[in-house]
Design a protein around this ligand. Structure first.
Ligand SMILES: [Zn+2]
Length: 246
C-alpha cells in the first residue's frame, strides 16, 4: 500500500485484504486524521483490492483498469491455489475505470496510471507519482521473490517483461519503486529483476526448443542460481505455459 496525502484526504494505491480494514483504518487515522477519498487498485487480487468495499462504504472512490472490475464482478478460479474466489459485492467494485492510461491530479501530485497488458494479470496498473518520483508496480514486481504470474487471470511472462520495461522507461536513478511484495527498490533492483526474468525465460524457451518437457525443465532448476524466496517451480511452470501457448 502506498499513501498520498492531500488537504482533501488520502489516496491509497491498493487497500490490502478485507480483513485488514479495521487495523489499516486505525493506523491511517492515527497518522493522518484524514478520510480516504480515493483508491487505485493495481489489480484485482484480494490481497491488494480486498479493502475496496469497506473503504467505498466509508466514502472512497475506487479506480482501476477496466479488467479489474470485470474480474471482481465474476467468480474467479485461481488454479495456483485451487481456490474459487467469489464475486465481490457491488460496493467492492471500482466505480471508475480506465482502459489504456489515465492521469489524475491529487493534491499537488500528478498521478499517472498506465495499463500494462497480460503481465501479472490482464488488469495491472503501474502508478507513477511524478512529483514524488515514486512508482507503484503492484505485482508486476516481486522484489527478492520469484514472481507469481496468474495465468488464469490473463498473465504472461512476455507481458510481465514488457511491463517491467515500461516501468524502466518511466523511472530514473532517483525513482523509488514500490513492489507488490518485498522491500522498496531502486531502478538498479528492477534492472536485476528484469535480467533474471529474461535469463530464466530464455533458458526455458531453449529447453522447449530442444524438446524438453516441463518435468525435465523444472528438474534442471533454471532459476536456482538466483536464490530468491517464493515458488521457483510455479514460475517455471508459468513461463513454460506462456511459451507453449504463444
Ligand atoms: Zn497479485
Amino acid at each position: 500500500m502506498l499513501i498520498v496525502s492531500s488537504d482533501a484526504g488520502l489516496l491509497l494505491i491498493d487497500d490490502q485484504r478485507g480483513r485488514d480494514y479495521d487495523e489499516t483504518r486505525v493506523a491511517l487515522d492515527h497518522a493522518y486524521h484524514r478520510p480516504v477519498v480515493r483508491i487505485v487498485d493495481t489489480h484485482w487480487h484480494l490481497d491488494h483490492a480486498g479493502g475496496n468495499g469497506r473503504f467505498a462504504e466509508a466514502g472512497a472512490l475506487v479506480l482501476a483498469q477496466a479488467n479489474v472490475r470485470k474480474r471482481l464482478a465474476e467468480p474467479q478460479y485461481m488454479s495456483a491455489y485451487k481456490q474459487l474466489i467469489p464475486a465481490s459485492p457491488t460496493v467492492g467494485l471500482p466505480r471508475q475505470t480506465y482502459d489504456v492510461h489515465l492521469t489524475i491530479r491529487f493534491g499537488g501530485e500528478t498521478v499517472r496510471l498506465v495499463h500494462v497488458p497480460h503481465a501479472h494479470t490482464d488488469g495491472d496498473t503501474l502508478v507513477k507519482l511524478d512529483q514524488a518520483n515514486v512508482i507503484h508496480m503492484g505485482d508486476v514486481f516481486f522484489n527478492g521473490i520469484f514472481p507469481f504470474i496468474d495465468l488464469d487471470s490473463g498473465g504472461s511472462i512476455q507481458g510481465l517483461i514488457r511491463a517491467v520495461d515500461t516501468a524502466l522507461r518511466m523511472s530514473d536513478d532517483r525513482t523509488r519503486i514500490v513492489p507488490g511484495h518485498g522491500p522498496i527498490a531502486t531502478r538498479a533492483d528492477l534492472l536485476a529483476y528484469r535480467a533474471m526474468l529474461a535469463e530464466v525465460a530464455a533458458n526455458v524457451r531453449h529447453q522447449i526448443a530442444i524438446g524438453h518437457g516441463l518435468g525435465v525443465i523444472i528438474g534442471s532448476r533454471p532459476a536456482a542460481v538466483y536464490k530468491l524466496e517464493g515458488d521457483e517451480d510455479r514460475l517455471i511452470g508459468a513461463i513454460y505455459a506462456g511459451y507453449i501457448t504463444h
